[in-house]
Design a binder for this molecule. Sequence first.
Ligand code: ACM
Length: 506
Amino acid sequence: MIIPHPTQYARIPGHFTFDASTAVRADGPAAGAARLLRTLLAPATGLPLRLSPAGNVVLVVDDMLGGLGEEGYGLTVGPDAVLLRAARPAGLLRGVQTLRQLLPPEALAAQPVAGVPWRIPGVQITDVPRHPWRGAMLDVARHFLPVSFLRRFTDLLAFHKLNVLHLHLTDDQGWRMPVAAFPRLTEVGGRRGGPVPHEGAYTAAELRGLVAYAAERGVTVVPEIEMPGHTRAALAAYPELGNVPGRQLDVWTEWGVCDTVLGVHDEVLDFCRTVLGEVLDVFPSRYVHIGGDECPVTEWETGTAARERAARLGLESPKALHGWFLGQVGDFLLAQGRLPVCWAEDSGAPPAGFTVMPWRDTDHGLAAARRGHDVVMTPYRSTYLDYPQATGPDEPPGQAGGVLDLRAVHAADAVPPGWEPEAAARVLGTQGQLWTEYVTTTAQAEYLAFPRLAALADRAWNPASRWSADFRPALHAHQSRLDALRVHHRRDPGGTPATASPASPR
Ligand code: ACM
């Protein structure tokens, strides 16, 4: 069975076999999906999969199929032909991934595999996702992950019909996004010392290449530049952005919440706008994340400049500078035609126009939705993949405080029970968070991500999918697919005893 579980699936008689004579027919807007189909199936099958106007694998974009929305598709597989149809090109990209899963797992290998009949069962599928935002956040700040891995990770997201790769590019412990106007951000901010020195930064060309690679797979890369907290790496590079003139700081070598934050003088806002200007140039995503979480206000409360700024603005306290700051930067993004996103960790009101990611309690998402914000659900209890997925001596070190097993990920609906329809309508979707304080290798990142992201993808695409009836039975075959893709994953997720979910915020 397919993961995510299709919304309508029927087996029909017969099989279709891909062989040397199989050809692909795709016009105009279907050309991208045809290219992806050939790119993905050629390595293992060695089949030419020629493009031909008389092809028997037919890919069609048809405006009349509007009911399928942006990403839905219809797939009919009969003995003589495969017909994949969608209203929009992105729908065809999702259907291509379904075709890959219908094939034997050997089709997913990176090398030619001989002697396998490339046969798929006759099916009639109509498949439409429930939520438009189905993603994964990858923290490349705490530990840098090479762009080759980001591409591989993107492939794995697309395989599960996830459509957002949220890149957490900057934090206290590292700045990975090159900014031409401020080269020290990566030169200084991209390196940390301490007992385990670590460094890394992308080039703009790598990031542009990633954006294009992801787009070919129907995945949007959403960049995150953290502010006004979680900015110690930037402050190490440019101390004048801070609250204490003349103070020299190192890139932070601890984990947790750092109490050094950006100042609130005009030069800092200019800096943020300049940095984001370059970010917008590299990332065409409509959504741009500016962090906003865990920003201690002690420096603003004790600093004369910040206190004066708060008073001049008529704010009741320096604490209120946080919302003011995000509002200033959010307005800049809105003026550039983009949509700002921030984390939310309480029921406080983010500035107007922000899409909100509640990472503590789901109720914070409800409060935001009721105020008219769009919401992407990211509660740590069900979406933080840095928590271990099991207890036991074989489990690698992870975030302390609890265990998040596969079943608990699958159990969470993007729309929590009990939300009124108006609030529920504000939920764009959900995503898994892979923070990397304890993730030092790409193998570990994959191990934490899969198969838990498969569970998240399943429910985000099709909330009607049930653990026992749908997902659990499909998992065995799916793990053969992950094996064929050589994903480092947990082999026996269903066999673990029930465990408590993470009990307290990190
Ligand atoms: C977060 O976990 N601080 C978003």
